[in-house]
Design a protein around this ligand. Sequence first.
Ligand SMILES: [Zn+2]
Length: 239
Amino acid sequence: MVEKLFWKDAYLRDFSAKVTLVNGNSVTLDRTAFYPTGGGQPHDTGIITVKGKGHNVIEVVHSGDEILHILDSVDGIAPGDEAAGHINWERRNRLMRYHTAIHMLSATVSVHYPGSKFTGGMIYEDKAHADFDCPSLNRDIASKIVEELQQRISESHPVSSKFISPEEASLMPGLVKTKPGEELTKSLSEIRIVDISDVDIQADGGTHVANTIELGKVRLSKFDNKGAHRKRIEITLEY
Ligand SMILES: [Zn+2]
């Protein structure tokens, strides 16, 4: 099983590892800082250097207990080789900022609408959106919610993560926000939780910033009526 360095340190940009398998145009490593697509957060990009030659990482995906790094070429790479990984930090930093912002947005919506449900979201490098099952949410309220989100960001809340047992998790209602998440946590022996102090706590496998202040300025870039129930809030962070 691959060691997920991005869980230990979301700020790690360079790491060394050993190649465990080469298959087609993909390689697996014994440890990696490359985040694979999942939980609404897109994969990292970057470079894996083996024997002095750099290979572009064009996609990163889960495969069972392993993480596949899809490269532009695997020429000269063999199992057992030493590899040096380098993460495209500008992309990753944006993605983790947006990821953290979506948690906070979802938490802010549930303050206004305790019965609402976060039904899913998507993170990009330049925007992120979240969908809520919340019939009475409209553009004016969304605008007010994003103002509150800004306030919370500015309050400088620390963000941390840890692993807990499924038993501990079952005592924490609301830890899992989505249906697929519920199914997934049932199959795990330990559950990673991400805690934005005094704002939000949830089961989560993504990367996040260490403090909300890193999110900077946020604005409501779009409000979409996706149906009578489903409302979409899109936010943009300033760079
Ligand atoms: Zn998260």
